[in-house]
Design a protein around this ligand. Structure first.
Ligand code: SAH
Length: 263
């Protein structure tokens, strides 16, 4: 690329779609941290923990553009337009998302819209919550003899949920539901109806890799009541499969408790 073209490109700014991981600042990647340090503007989601927000450079303006259920602070279309506008102003914009931007994070949609508008964009992967939170709970997502695979599924969809329940119920490997707390009855009823055994082990991991992580262990039959009795709040994951039974053995050897300073 010629020098002039390079200069024009730099002047045009750039967007980084960055994964912040599940919440523990120590699980942020070095690349994510460096990208934050080089940013002119940070736009972050509600899943970006206070511990990670504390790492934002003080001089860099940072705005919450999150989407809690039922509280869309900014519509996706407007957010896409904002990213394009700020990059065209020549800014280096970091769009920081919980977990990995490409796992139920709308990273693909945002990247597509930026590419269509001719804006330079780069994705920085993060540790997705299923991987980090289950490790913290002492649950390996795969384990020789127990599970030869793992499927990530969303339990919520903007319009209609098109989950192939029959296939999931027959997989005989680990299934992790994102955004499943308010859809527990749908999960329990559909999997049971399609033949998954009611005594299949289940873990609900609330606030994973953050202070106050709770791991609630039970069976598929008790999923709904476990969530009700324990008043589980989002963010939480639902892990279903035989690997959950390893938690009682592996949890005591998991990572140390998080320090309260992450709060
Ligand atoms: N891109 C994110 C997922 C966003 S969807 C990722 O890769 O992890 C939001 C859902 O992710 C939440 O409803 C919850 O199911 C899950 N989640 C994200 N962070 C979590 C955490 N720290 N503990 C438990 N679940 C979490």
């Amino acid at each position: 690329m010629s020098r002039i073209k390079k200069a024009a490109r730099a002047a045009a700014g750039k967007v980084w779609l960055v994964g912040a991981g599940p919440g523990d600042p120590d699980l942020l990647t070095l690349k994510a941290l460096r990208t934050l340090e080089g940013a002119d503007l940070i736009l972050f989601d509600n899943l970006v923990s206070p511990g990670i927000r504390a790492l934002f450079p003080k001089a860099v303006p940072a705005f919450y553009v999150g989407k809690r259920k039922g509280d869309h602070s900014i519509a996706q279309q407007d957010l896409n337009a904002l990213l394009v506008q700020k990059a065209r102003e020549g800014l280096h914009v970091v769009r920081l998302k919980g977990g990995d931007p490409f796992v139920f994070g709308r990273g693909g949609e945002e990247m597509q819209s930026l590419i269509e508008c001719g804006v330079e964009v780069e994705v920085v992967p993060g540790i997705t919550s299923a991987s980090a939170c289950s490790s913290q709970a002492g649950i390996p997502l795969t384990h020789r003899g127990l599970s030869q695979g793992c499927t990530f599924v969303t339990a919520s969809a903007e319009s209609s949920l098109k989950v192939d329940w029959a296939s999931l119920a027959q997989l005989k490997h680990t299934v992790v539901f994102y955004m499943g707390v308010s859809r527990a009855a749908t999960i329990q009823n559909n999997l049971t109806a399609k033949g998954m055994c009611g005594d299949t082990p289940v873990a609900i991991i609330e606030n994973g890799c953050r202070p106050g992580q709770r791991d609630i262990i039970g069976t598929l039959d008790s999923l709904v009541s476990l969530i009700e009795v324990n008043q589980v709040q989002s963010p939480a994951l639902i892990v279903i499969g035989e690997v959950v039974s390893l938690s009682s053995v592996l949890k005591p050897f998991g990572l140390p408790e998080f320090e309260q300073s992450c709060a």
